[in-house]
Unconditional design. Sequence first.
Length: 534
Amino acid sequence: MAVRRGVLEKKYIFEYDVGQFSFGTIQVLKDKDTQQLKNCKTVPKSLLKSTNNVLQRLTALVELQHPHICSITDVLEDSNSFYIISEHWQGGDVQDWMDRLDEGTWLQEQTCATYVRQAVLALTHSHLAKIYHRDLRPSNLMLTSKMPDATIKIGGFGLAAILDPDNSIVQRSPTPYTVPEVLRSSEPVRTGAADMWSVGAIANALLVGQAPNEDDAGPFSGWMARRMRGVGSADESWSERSSVSRDFVRRLLRSAPDRPTAAKALHHPWLRGLTPIGGANWLADNDIARERRHKTLCYTLATILLPVIVPYRDFEQLRMGFQQRDTDRDGLVPRNVSHRLLLDRCNFSEAVVPALDIVDVTQSDVVDLCSVACADLIVREFFAAGPTGAPLMPPFGATDLVPRMLKRFFEVFGDRNASGGGPPTVSTATIRSKLRTATARDVELHAQVRYDDLLSCLPEDRGIDLQMLTTQLSANAAQGTPLGSTGGDLSPIATKDPWASALSVVGLDVIGIFQTCAAGESKREDSPHSIRIF
C-alpha cells in the first residue's frame, strides 16, 4: 500500500512500494528539496512491545557513517508508525541479483570475496561503535549500481536492537541467515559474533548457492533452487570453489566464542587475496602494484629500525596505549582509534593520516601493534622536523619516503669498517647485532615480528648495498612481520597457523585462487560477475 502520511508529505513525495522487511514495509520516496530518491522503512508501532525512546535511539543511528554502510538520513513518526529514511541505490540488493541469475550460473569467486570483504569492513566500523546488525541477509546488502564495479552498502544497522530487543519478531520469521543463538534466546545481542555467523552464511550462499540452514528449511527456492538443479549437491558445488573460501565459511559458522571478530576476518587469506602481498600480481607494472610495493618497503624498513631508534620505555608506552584501546582483545584496532593514539604521542595530525595510510598496506582499515609502531616511527622520525611545533617535512607519500628511510637505514646499520670511497654498505651480521635490544625483544613478544625470518632474505657472506637491500626486502614481501604472515593466531581452529590448512592446498600465491577458482569447462559470460557451468 502506498504511503501517503502527512508527516512524510511535508518533506517527501511517494514514488513506489518495494516490499516488506523484518519490521514492516519499504517504499521509495523523493526528497522535495534535493529531488534525490530515498528508501523509507515504515515500522508499525503495533508491531513493537514498547515505543519508549525509539525515536531518539533511531535518530542516533544517523551518526553511523561509513563507505559501505547505507546511512540513515532522517527519522520521522506519527501516531501509527516510525519512518526510517535512508540512502537509495539504483543497483538493488544482492538477493534480487542472485534471484535473477540463470540456472547453472555461478558467481565469480573474486566477486564473492569482494562483496564479503566490503560487508566485513562495514561490520568492523559498526562493531567499534557497539552497533550490531543481527538481521544480516543478502537483501540487506545494497548495490550502488548495476555496473560491474558496484560496491556494497549494508542497510539496517542497529534496527534490531531497538525494534526487537528480545528477538521475538525475528524468531517468528527466521531466515537461513539468522544466527542460531538468536533463535534460542531472548537476550539482546551484545557482541559482533552473531553478525559474523550471518556473514559466513551469506558467503556460503554466494559461493555454493545455499545458506547453511537451508537443508533444514524445506525445498529450495529462487536462485538456490535453480543453482542446485544445475550443479548438484552442496559438496559437489564446493568442489568448484577454492579450499580457502570454504575454510573462511567454516570459521565463521562455528560457535560464538570461536568466531573471529570482523577485524580478524579481514586478515583471512580469502579476503587478503584481494590485496596481495607477494604472489603473481605483486610485481605487476601498474600504479597500484608499485604503490603497494613502496608501502611494504617502508613498513619493512620501519620494523627493522624500531628496535634501534625507539627506546624500550617509549615502545612500552605505545604498547600499553594500544592494549587499552583494543577493547575486544583481538590484537587489532580501527585506523581512527590508532589515529587518536598517535596524536596522544605527537601533535602532528597532518602527518599521522598519511603514515597510517602507508602502514595499512592491505587497506583493511584496521591495524595491529606492529603497524601502529611503524606509523609512530614514520611520523616522529621522518615527517616531523625537530621538537613539537616545528614544521613538518612533506611530501608524505610512500614513494617519496622510501629514499629517506633507506638513507637512515644505512646511517643506523652501516658498516663503519668497510673501505672508504665506495657506496654505503651494511652486513647482515651488523644488523643482527644492533637488533639485540630490549625493544626488539618486546616487538617480537607483543607485535608478532620474527626478525630471523625478516632478515633471512639477506646474504650472510657479503656486504649489502642499497640496490641489493631494496631488491631483497621487496622480494621478501614483509615475511617475518604480521603483514607478510598468513594470519597469525586469528582463529582457534589451529594452535599455530590457523590458515595453514587452506594455504597448503592453494600455495602461497593467495590471489591465485581467484584466477583458477572456476577451472575446467567453465565459460565466462560477458558480465564479470558470473561464470556459466555446462
